[in-house]
Ligand binder design. Structure first.
Ligand code: ADP
Length: 448
């Protein structure tokens, strides 16, 4: 039983249950059949005797039977007896030899030899002290033959009934469990092929299997995203860490081989330090992006004033007010994770300064336009060529790696893009090479 499939178990239970119900019904029918047969016979007997009462008259001790008097009807013999129980009319059935005392109005079973009879008497009075007895006698019905017939039918019907129930049950169970087979097959395929892109894809519905399939699909979706993020992280980290590591290794080997002056040694150490800083900030950024992708770091969306946020970032970062100008007078409310938006703004302003001209300017502005909240960071720096403007959002893409300080790894804008998407927003860029760039974040306004 333990190793049996659930489908087979349910079919078996259905079949056993139905067979049990069938037997119960049969027992019930057998139980009531005796009573029904007897009651019908008794009713017939009583009706026949009572119908004859009006046909009996006794005038001056003389019995007269009307034309409608029935002596014999459907096995029922009707007899007329005098007050002292002498037979006056009718024919007693040959095998009814019992000396049954008269008792008016009660139908009863009487045993006569081996035969069983039903007897019903009625006292038909004529005046104060005389009258006649009417007696109806009928052979007791043979309910055993009814039972026997019923049993024959049941014996023939039961196997057919069980077979049909088993086949019907199996078909219903198989049909019902079909989605479960699909779920199992998909899960096995994913497991064997180690490919998380497979989906069960049951049509949407409210039943248990549809909900289970949707839950599984959701789980596969998350697993796939999680594995993809992990794979990307490993690939990116191992690829991008190779350069600073080989620079550090080279510097160490050089320092070991050649006698460096105190000044050269300091330079080497500074370089190693800068490369280590770069690696550490890159790992930190990569980890953050991976966690956001995997959903391990969840954005905490709250009503946030973009203008206030921009003011705080400027104050905290200590931007030089002579070169970094802020236009954020009116409150602009959005639903956002303030920490993530601060990171986005810092990345943009950092780039604007990094890729700006010496003594150049940066303008941060917060405003509403066309039903959107806008946060833009504009500079009068080196600008970006049109063919580069699509690519700069990719991870590790740098237009000119030798530009800017060494801490850049081409991850800043990729993170900006990711944060914008998490907030249901988008980034736009307008830039002219040699003139400057304008990076704008578009966010939906929070409902008031
Ligand atoms: P990183 O600054 O670390 O190189 P980013 O992802 O922040 O990486 O930027 C990608 C590239 O886009 C940069 O290398 C730079 O070439 C270009 N870029 C970003 N911001 C600006 C800007 N304000 N002006 C000109 N070029 C920019």
């Amino acid at each position: 039983m333990k190793n049996m499939s659930v489908k087979l178990k349910i079919t078996l239970w259905i079949t056993v249950l139905m067979a049990a119900l069938f037997v119960l019904l049969l027992l019930f029918m057998l139980g009531i059949s005796r009573q029904v047969v007897y009651q019908t016979a008794m009713q017939n007997l009583s009706d026949t005797v009572q119908n004859n009462v009006s046909e009996v008259t006794l005038t001056d001790g003389k019995l007269q039977l009307g034309e409608g008097f029935v002596y014999y009807h459907s096995g029922i013999s009707v007899l007329v007896y005098s007050q002292n129980e002498t037979l006056l009319a009718g024919q007693v059935p040959v095998t009814f030899v019992a000396q049954e005392p008269f008792e008016s109005g009660r139908t009863r079973a009487v045993l006569s030899g081996n035969e069983s009879y039903l007897v019903m008497d009625l006292w038909v009075p004529a005046g104060w002290d005389s009258g006649v007895w009417l007696r109806g006698v009928v052979e007791a019905p043979d309910y055993r033959s009814t039972v026997r017939n019923l049993l024959y039918v049941a014996l023939f019907a039961l196997p057919i009934f069980i077979l049909l129930t088993a086949i019907g049950g199996w078909m219903i169970v198989k049909r019902t469990f079909h989605p479960l087979d699909t779920i199992t097959k998909t899960a096995s395929t994913i497991n064997e092929a180690r490919d998380l892109s497979g989906r069960i894809g049951l049509p949407p519905g409210k039943d248990e299997f549809s909900r289970l399939a949707a839950a599984f699909d959701g789980m596969f979706e998350r697993l796939e995203a999680s594995f993809e993020a992990e794979r990307q992280f490993t690939a990116d980290a191992s690829h991008e860490l190779r350069t600073p590591v080989s620079i550090i290794k080279g510097a160490c080997e050089y320092a070991e081989k050649y006698d460096e002056t105190e000044e050269e040694r300091k330079e080497t150490l500074d370089m190693i330090h800068r490369q280590a800083d770069k690696m550490s900030s890159m790992i930190a950024q990569l980890l953050r992006m991976t966690r956001l992708e995997q959903g391990t770091e969840v954005a905490r969306m709250e009503k946030t004033d973009l203008a206030q946020l921009a003011r705080s970032v400027c104050a905290e970062q200590g931007y030089d007010a002579e070169h970094v100008h802020l236009e954020a007078d009116k409150p602009v409310i959005v639903r956002a994770d303030a920490a993530l938006l601060s990171r986005l703004l810092q990345n943009l302003v950092g780039n604007a300064i990094k890729y700006g001209k010496p003594g150049g300017h940066v303008w941060i502005s917060v405003r509403c336009a066309a039903g959107e909240a806008l946060l833009s960071v504009r500079d009068d720096g080196i600008g970006i060529a049109p063919e580069q403007q699509e690519k700069i959002w990719q991870r590790f893409y740098q237009v000119d790696a030798s530009r800017g300080d060494e801490s850049g790894a081409g991850l800043g804008l990729s993170m900006v893009q990711q944060i914008a998407q998490i907030h249901g927003g988008r980034m736009t860029l307008e830039s002219i090479l040699g003139v400057g760039s304008d990076f704008t974040l578009h966010l939906p306004l929070a409902e008031m």
